[in-house]
Design a protein around this ligand. Structure first.
Ligand code: ASP
Length: 439
């Protein structure tokens, strides 16, 4: 039988009853052999995340301010969990040691990692699984970059001795032993690396929603969940603003061809979203897979007669951006036109200078700047195979008199991006959703 790696997010481990639910889920399937916990998350709106409290400890310690009160608040959370689960663990002793280490180590990474570390100790005791410190097997190089090859070897070697284990997420260690964390939300990455290193048949990512939704629920009422999505579609949605999982968590499993299943700890019977590679997804059902978008872009539109025959025009244009360290998102072009789509924040105070240089270096016929632009990506593998899907999108927007300022379709044809005005953003997303999903 193949094995599964199951990662549980902070909201799935926020209190003792959440731990009970996790235990039920893990023990219900013997192939769930390696379990990766996050640190306890918020129990209610306004509650503290343990990781944030640990970062605070570090900041206080750096300024030689007392950290006792924060440590006590952390201790209470863990003691409550361990007591209610009736575990024989001396949480106070653990925290006493951690407190001393925070002063000794003096790095934010060390402090923050303790949230996962302690949650791992508790979860291992609760499940009756071995506890393996991630510092032993998740290897960063001395510059702080993950060393995937060394990690793969260490994981395979260590886990060969443990049929079942809990490995805390979010951190590992450099060759000199110092603790290094991934960026925020990085327990997803630990799970992905373990799944890859152990050649798991599935990477389960347990959270507090039933998978990925077709659109942002703050904009669309009760959007449908996506049951099946390819890695490429997911990348488009995530890049264009959908809040899914840590982006860096996709690569290790995607490369190894391991599917990801996003599941809801509170509704375990729901099958959630399965993320697979595109070759496994045929035939494609439904018109689109999902919609995502972001606001606050600027479009700089440049027109010049015979631009198409002017050698090096776009290169010179892009070198102006490079000179100012401005990255662009899209570059739609016509025969005599090219547009730069750039995040407003990237241009911060540099727009006038950039426009002047475009004028001086490229002698364009006309340059127009449109502010307050929102981009909406409509994503679906089907779009590459079926005709008429794009037409439906433009008709839908025209029906509401929404002015489309830019259109871009990647060469993979799995998405169409439209640039519209910020104020039309929510309206347009609702319209696109209704058009494809309800008609
Ligand atoms: N606990 C860490 C954070 O809050 C990592 C994670 O939850 O994945 O960012």
């Amino acid at each position: 039988m193949g094995l599964k790696v199951a990662k549980f997010g902070g909201s799935s481990l926020a209190d003792a009853s959440a731990f009970e639910r996790v235990k039920k889920i893990v023990l219900a399937d013997p192939s769930r052999r390696y379990v990766v916990p996050s640190a306890p998350g918020k129990r209610f709106p306004g509650d503290d995340k343990i990781t944030d409290l640990f970062y605070l400890c570090h900041a206080y310690a750096q300024k030689s301010l007392p950290i006792e009160d924060i440590v006590t608040a952390i201790e209470q959370r863990y003691v409550e969990i361990a007591d209610q689960l009736k575990l024989d663990l001396d949480i106070k002793a653990y925290l006493l040691e951690i407190k001393e280490q925070i002063y000794q180590e003096r790095t934010p990474d060390f402090a923050a990692s303790r949230g996962e570390y302690l949650n791992g100790v508790i979860l291992a005791a609760h499940l009756g699984y071995a506890f393996i410190d991630a510092a032993k097997i998740i290897a960063f190089n001395q510059q702080g970059r993950l060393d995937l090859t060394a990690t793969g070897n260490l994981v395979a070697l260590e886990l060969a001795n443990h049929h079942q284990a809990v490995i805390p997420g979010f951190y590992g260690a450099k060759p000199d032993g110092t603790i290094k964390t991934f960026s925020r939300g990085g327990s997803d990455i630990t799970g992905s690396i373990l799944a890859r290193s152990m050649q798991a048949e599935l990477y389960e990512n347990w959270t507090d929603v039933s998978g990925i939704l077709m659109a942002d629920p703050r904009i669309v009422d009760d959007p449908r969940p996506i049951s099946l999505i390819t890695y490429s579609e997911l990348r488009e949605l995530a890049y264009n603003g959908a809040n899914v999982m840590h982006e860096a968590a996709i690569y290790p499993v995607r490369q190894a061809g391991i599917p990801i299943n996003i599941r809801n700890t509170n509704i375990p019977e729901n099958q959630g979203t399965m993320i697979i590679s595109s070759v496994d997804r045929q035939p494609f059902t439904g018109d689109i897979t999902g919609i995502a978008g972001r606001k606050d872009f600027v479009i700089i539109s440049i027109e010049k007669a015979l631009m198409n025959s002017e050698l090096g025009f776009v290169r010179r244009l892009l070198s102006i951006l490079e000179e100012h360290a401005i990255s662009f998102e899209h570059l739609p072009s016509g025969i005599d036109t090219v547009s730069l789509v750039i995040l407003e924040s990237e241009l911060d105070g540099k727009l006038d200078l950039v426009l002047r240089q475009i004028d001086n270096n490229l002698s364009p016929d006309k340059v127009e700047v449109f502010h307050d632009i929102a981009l909406i990506a409509t994503v679906g593998q089907s779009m590459a195979y079926r005709s008429g899907i794009a037409a439906k999108l433009f008709n839908a927007l025209a029906q509401l008199d929404i002015n489309v300022r830019m259109i871009d379709q990647g060469s993979s044809e799995i998405n169409i991006i439209v640039g519209i005005e910020n104020r039309d953003f929510e309206k347009a997303i609702r319209q696109i959703y209704t058009t494809y999903v309800k008609s």
